[in-house]
Design a protein around this ligand. Structure first.
Ligand code: ACO
Length: 428
């Protein structure tokens, strides 16, 4: 195969080198295009544009394949702990026993947050959305650890910032949950593993004993792993582009959380449950809502359906759907909304509109049903997504800095007015 792409443009000829990935994906390197021809490429929404090379996550949307550092998502979800996957994403290899014990120990011993962080809650009106609060809380960590503002931190300092983020995020997420209920926060317990600690801080009531249910631990561990990374999606790209200006890591993660909040991205998990509830309250007619989703004059979209890169079943959705059945069964919960979700899926998959556009359930379609069965309020769903995605964002940020990537700064094609004379106010 030729290693270049030939472009003929308005009388100018240029050979553009090809970049081939380890899974034989091919990209055209256009970094010299503007210098040689004066032209730029335009690709609104980056539908055909690779923003980087990356060795973290491989995704084949046509085949429904997802691998982190070469390991399949199915294997990781079945066998790993979330902290193992976090280590793998950030460091590139699975930890051996000693490395894992050290990593786990470090995380357990960084879980406390500065007591002053509680003061921040006093400023928010009751009922504030926890995603807005989470962006602010994570960004505020830079005030508590100002050494993170140095873009040229030593490797050890950088690792300390990473450990702090992974360790403190569950504490902050549980605080958000407690504060929204007006309950006192529950402090982290170093004797507990990552997921058990999070569940304890979230669901224990200060006045009562709380027994951590292993079914919840297993489900939460799996859900966090399934959300851990997804290559150059909207929030990961945001983290990388903010980080490319050498903003501190807390600010970059805060920006990633803001990007995740939107209903077309991670915010879809909250919207799915709201949609399913609305359908249930309207009589549970799945077909009616499928028709609405197909109607271009109706703003209704089937939330939790469709994906920019998956043109096959999202492998994460397959695992979550199976877990959803198992967990509700184990917990003895019969949720009518699960039946509506399955009816919607079945009707959509049999409909030519969805088949032709290759629209399948995505990771958000069934996850909310599990979160709700565990007792999380819907406003917390996207926050839980952020908790899972944190190691992926960190890995993407670290790779971008390790590769010494330049500041992200896209070009544009200007379409506004050409030069014109100033008009004094009285003549406008
Ligand atoms: N319901 C109905 N129609 C849809 C849906 C949907 N959920 N998703 C896509 N389509 C249709 C579009 O109307 C479009 O039809 P057209 O070709 O006739 O105009 C076609 O399918 C392609 O859709 P686009 O919006 O162009 O695809 P894009 O890649 O830009 O969007 C997205 C992907 C944003 C995920 C979209 O499928 C969507 O809005 N889904 C619902 C929200 C959602 O679940 N988001 C979570 C995604 S997973 C994640 O981020 C964690």
């Amino acid at each position: 195969m030729s290693k270049t792409a030939h472009l003929s443009l308005q009388g100018k000829e240029i050979d553009l080198p090809l970049i081939e990935g380890s899974e034989q994906e091919v990209g055209i390197d256009i970094s010299k295009l503007r210098g040689a021809t004066g032209a730029v490429t335009v690709d609104v929404g980056f539908k055909n544009t690779g923003s980087t090379t990356s060795g973290i996550t491989y995704l084949d949307g046509e085949q429904g394949v997802l691998r982190h550092r070469g390991y399949s998502i199915e294997d990781l979800a079945e066998n790993a702990t979330f902290l193992e996957v976090a280590y793998l994403l950030i460091n590139g290899e699975l930890p051996n026993k000693a490395e894992y014990e050290d990593w786990d120990h470090q995380i357990r011993h960084h879980t406390l947050v500065n007591e002053d962080m509680e003061n921040i809650f006093k400023a928010w009106p009751t009922g504030s959305h926890p995603m807005g609060q989470l962006t602010a809380m994570i960004s505020s960590l830079s005030s508590f650890y100002p050494e993170s503002l140095n873009p040229n931190q030593s490797e050890e300092d950088q690792h300390r910032t990473i450990r702090r983020l992974i360790a403190k995020m569950p504490t902050i997420v549980a605080m958000l949950h407690k504060k929204s209920a007006g309950h006192p926060v529950i402090y982290p317990q170093n004797k507990l593993d990552y997921v058990s600690n999070f569940l304890n801080m979230t669901f224990k009531n200060i006045t009562e004993e709380y027994e951590i249910d292993p079914i919840y631990v297993e489900a939460m561990n799996k859900l966090l792993i399934l959300h851990a990374d997804h290559e150059q999606n909207c929030s990961a790209s945001t983290v990388r582009i903010v980080g490319s200006s050498h903003a501190n890591l807390y600010a970059c993660i805060s920006a990633g959380i803001a990007a995740l909040w939107g209903p077309l991205h991670g915010g879809a998990n909250q919207k799915v449950i709201e949609m399913l509830e609305a359908i249930k309250n309207d009589g549970g007619d799945a077909k009616k809502y499928i028709e609405k989703a197909k109607d271009k004059n109706d703003p209704f979209r089937l939330m939790g359906f469709g994906h920019r890169v998956y043109k096959n079943y999202d492998p994460r959705a397959l695992i979550i759907k199976k877990s959803c059945d198992e967990i509700l069964d184990k917990l003895g919960i019969d949720d009518p909304v699960l039946d509506i979700a399955k009816q919607l899926e079945e009707t959509a998959l049999a409909d030519p509109y969805f088949a032709e556009r290759k629209l399948f359930p995505n990771v958000d379609f069934y996850s909310g049903i599990i979160y709700r069965a565990m007792g999380f309020p819907v406003e917390m769903f996207t926050v839980l997504f952020a908790l899972g995605r944190l190691p992926g964002w960190i890995a993407q940020w670290k790779e971008m800095r390790d590769q010494k990537q330049p500041i992200g700064r896209p070009r544009q094609i200007y379409t506004g007015p050409t030069a014109r004379d100033w008009v004094p106010m009285e003549k406008r």
